[in-house]
Design a protein around this ligand. Structure first.
Ligand SMILES: NC(=O)c1ccc[n+]([C@@H]2O[C@H](COP(=O)([O-])OP(=O)(O)OC[C@H]3O[C@@H](n4cnc5c(N)ncnc54)[C@H](OP(=O)(O)O)[C@@H]3O)[C@@H](O)[C@H]2O)c1
Length: 250
């Protein structure tokens, strides 16, 4: 068995400074990848990088060099700076995102635009910019979009977030065809409720847990398992992987 299946690969994880993104970054590092933690807050990125650099359980066959890249994923300029600084990206995980806190009628236009930009435009720009680099390098690649169960099981108070996350699934399916000729696989993870900062202040947490067949929120490490599978499995393309404790069934 290959203990370092991602050795020699460079993986960019947006939203990599914490929560699900950091769990994915850590898993990739354990499997031998060099990871670029991408996000918008330099101090959080540096703290996360220090933790990542402590992951040295074995000596991988190829040296690892983890790093950070500060960008706003909503902007083409941010993505341009990323591909300029990192000329060999093998795996992209679009994990950065922001959640919604109000009903649609109470959201200002700026908040609507921001939710669409941080959850959907970001992923579109990431796929376009990094996909272009991967195509030019003829190296193939793997892109993973972190969507949400709310994409198809939306609830009151999630309209714009849910619409953006549903858009990510459309993006994934379209690009799994457009990019396949360049051996770039495009997949999505659809988490239910996961224990992170994003869900820590949910008012109705106990009620939500009762609705989940497994009776609990998921762990970020469990989402990372899914990302590792999608990054490695060469036949996974347009694989839309639910991780919701069974909530999608009820
Ligand atoms: N937790 C859940 O239950 C759950 C369920 C389904 C889907 N998801 C999705 O999973 C992903 C990760 O969520 P999480 O729970 O790990 O949340 P989190 O801990 O809040 O992480 C979100 C990350 O995205 C970064 N980010 C947000 N906007 C950005 C921007 N414009 N440019 C660069 N970075 C930006 C944040 O950076 P700062 O900290 O610097 O703001 C943060 O590191 C999100 O896409 C979320 O929608 C989460």
């Amino acid at each position: 068995m290959n203990r370092f299946p991602l050795a020699g690969k460079t993986a960019v994880v947006t939203g990599g400074a914490g929560g699900i993104g950091f769990a994915i970054a850590s898993r990739f590092a354990h499997e031998g990848a060099s990871v670029v933690l991408a996000g918008r807050t330099q101090s959080k990125l540096h703290a996360a990088l220090s933790q990542l650099q402590e992951i040295k359980p074995w000596t991988p066959p190829q040296p690892q060099a983890h790093s950070t890249h500060c960008l706003d994923v909503r902007t083409p300029r941010g993505w341009a700076s990323l591909v300029e600084a990192h000329k060999k990206i093998d795996i992209l995980v679009n994990c950065a995102g922001e959640t919604q806190h109000s009903l649609l009628l109470r959201l200002g236009e700026e908040e609507v635009d921001n939710l669409l930009a941080s959850n959907l435009r970001s992923a579109i720009l990431g796929c376009k910019t990094v996909g272009k680099q991967m195509t030019a390098r003829h190296s193939g690649g793997s892109i993973i979009n972190v969507s949400s169960l709310l994409a198809y099981r939306a609830a009151a108070g999630t309209a714009v977030y849910a619409a953006a996350k549903a858009g990510q699934l459309g993006l994934t399916t379209a690009l799994s065809q457009e990019f396949a000729r360049s051996s770039i696989r495009v997949n999505a993870i659809v988490p239910g409720y996961i224990e992170t900062d994003m869900t820590q202040d949910l008012a109705n947490k106990t009620d939500l847990m009762k609705r989940i067949p497994l009776g609990r929120f998921g762990k970020a490490s469990e989402v990372a398992d899914a990302a590792a599978f999608l990054a490695k499995n060469d036949y996974a393309n347009n694989c839309i992987l639910n991780l919701d404790g069974g909530l999608s069934a009820v």
